[in-house]
Design a protein around this ligand. Structure first.
Ligand SMILES: Nc1ncnc2c1ncn2[C@@H]1O[C@H](COP(=O)(O)OP(=O)(O)O)[C@@H](O)[C@H]1O
Ligand SMILES: [Mg+2]
Length: 508
């Protein structure tokens, strides 16, 4: 992409920000010095008419971004999920962005399907209908799979969307560089790193095979979850630019009166939203990272249905255990234990004081538990926790930020269903279930068994290893005859461990 084209995009973006009043907000977020803000105002004023007007009904920043096009909107949406980067106020303002667009023509969707699946759309699908939803990256059509007669939802990427996004993302990097150059203070916000994060998010959404595999994995994990469902992927009708899922009928989650009228128990559904999410995060370490109402449906029998698997979060098993212990500690109001967990996990750098840290944790927990149950928020607890751990020198990790962010959304959805829902009492059984399965004696035995399996794999080589160790010990010692007695405690320990592990492996 030529520098000229990027300069043009920079000028147009700047002028649009100026015209919509978003410039001031952005300069403030970037901590621009007053002189620069004044200069921007003076220089920007004559340029403003060159910018796009946007929709005056929107707040300045969403107004500027919607005027500039889909990639900008998507960028704003992504930033709204990163309050750690743009600050809570801007994140909240950006969260009103929705990328609902006019659908592209059905004929183009059919052409795309033919190209991707290698046969005319009419041969593969019957009753291919007009788009039910259209966003910046893709749109969804209802149809019937001719081979099985099953109703399906066909998600098709917008024609040329990869190229359009690539151009805009290129311009974003250029703008980020310019900002970093002119506003050294902005480097704290790492504009280029933010662009990289965005580019990565978009890249996964631009390949529907990744969404298909996420859906399939999520479905397999949650197969036995009560009252929860994920549509099945129709693999033979899916490719990079087309994703076909089993169609699911249900009421939109946003239509609470209709859900109630259908006879669904709202309190039960509210609890299920929270518990299902937590179970996925803790038990599977694989959770839906975009659980807003538009991506959830409720079947007539009350089953909660998840859609849209473009943003998923992963947490490794170790972090899951640490987090469950932390949540459990908070639930028990055992702040010292929570502090110990942080220290044991190495989350808090050495040299910090355990008691002081526990005190800081109490300052988070007590006010929250002192509140009326309907106002207790787990998401708030997590965000306070991140603040405190950062103060004590720990860096918050991206996967936990996504977890916290999703928890905000999940709590919001749960509250629309049952304003009185008590997050903690709802979370408790899931956390305890996980603790029981992962931290009790049964779990210890399972860990031991896994260790034994690994050791057993070395089985055929063990005699050799032991013999060599013995020989080495013998050579080192002055009296070869009582070499075994001289074995270092480490080797003795290892041998005992191996023997014990072998015994366990045999028993289990
Ligand atoms: N399997 C499905 N069955 C029924 N409707 C679906 C299905 N998948 C998607 N939809 C409809 O299409 C809309 C957009 O799909 P989604 O996957 O959320 O796309 P986007 O990534 O554009 O948000 C959903 O809100 C839902 O109404
Ligand atoms: Mg969606």
């Amino acid at each position: 992409m030529g520098v000229l084209a990027n300069l043009w995009r920079l000028a147009r973006t700047g002028a649009t920000f100026q015209r919509t009043g978003a410039m001031d907000e952005v300069l403030e977020a970037l901590e621009a010095p007053p002189a620069l803000r004044a200069a921007a105002r003076i220089l920007g004023w004559p340029l403003a008419p060159l910018g796009l007007a946007g929709d005056p009904a929107l707040p300045p920043l969403p107004r500027a971004l919607t005027a500039l096009g889909p990639a900008y909107v998507k960028f704003g949406q992504t930033l709204s999920t990163r309050p750690d980067v743009v600050g809570a106020r801007l994140a909240a303002e950006l969260s009103v962005l929705q990328d609902r667009l006019a659908p592209f023509p059905e004929a183009e969707a059919r052409a795309e399907i033919a190209r991707e699946l290698g046969a005319p759309a009419d041969e593969l699908f019957a009753d291919f209908g007009p788009a039910v939803a259209a966003a910046s990256i893709a749109q969804v059509h209802p149809a019937v799979d001719r081979a099985t007669g099953r109703k399906v939802a066909v998600k098709v990427l917008r024609p040329g969307v990869e190229r359009a996004f690539r151009k805009d993302v290129d311009a974003f990097f250029f703008i980020a560089e310019v900002i970093e150059l002119m506003l050294p203070a902005s480097r704290r916000l790492r504009p280029r790193a933010v662009c990289r994060h965005f580019a990565q998010v978009v890249a996964t959404e631009l390949d529907l095979r990744l969404e298909a595999s996420a859906a399939a994995e999520f479905r397999a994990n949650s197969r036995d979850d009560p009252g929860f469902a994920v549509p099945e992927v129709v693999w033979n009708l899916s490719a990079r630019r087309v994703l076909t899922l089993e169609w699911v009928d249900g009421l939109p989650m946003s239509d609470v009166p209709a859900i109630a009228a259908a006879g669904v128990d709202l309190r039960d559904l509210s609890r299920r939203v929270i518990q299902t999410f937590l179970r996925h995060a803790l038990r599977d370490g694989f959770f839906h990272g975009d659980m807003h109402q538009g991506n959830l449906k409720v079947a007539p029998d009350g089953t909660l249905i998840a859609l849209d698997f473009g943003i998923m979060g992963r947490i490794d098993p170790y972090t899951r255990r640490v987090y469950a212990e932390i949540l459990y500690g908070f639930l028990q109001q055992d702040y010292r234990r929570v502090a110990e967990v942080h220290f044991e996990a190495g989350y808090v750098p050495e040299g910090q004081d355990l008691e002081t840290f526990a005190q800081a944790l109490r300052s988070i927990g007590e006010p929250i538990f002192g509140q009326d149950a309907s106002r207790i928020s787990m998401a708030r607890l997590l965000s306070h926790l991140f603040e405190v751990t950062e103060r004590f020198g720990m860096q918050t990790r991206t996967e936990l930020i996504l977890l916290q962010r999703t928890m905000v959304v999940v709590e919001g959805v749960a509250r629309t269903l049952d304003p009185q829902v008590n997050m903690w009492r709802t979370a408790q059984p899931v956390v305890e279930e996980f603790m029981h399965a992962n931290l009790g004696p049964a779990a210890a035995l399972r860990d031991l068994r896994r260790t034994a399996t690994v050791l057993a794999r070395f089985g055929p080589r063990l005699p050799d290893v032991v013999e060599r160790a013995l020989r080495r010990a013998a050579v080192a010692g002055p009296e070869p005859d009582d070499a075994p007695a001289r074995l270092g405690p480490a080797l003795a320990g290892a041998l005992a461990g191996a023997a014990a592990a072998a015994a366990v492996a045999l028993l289990l």
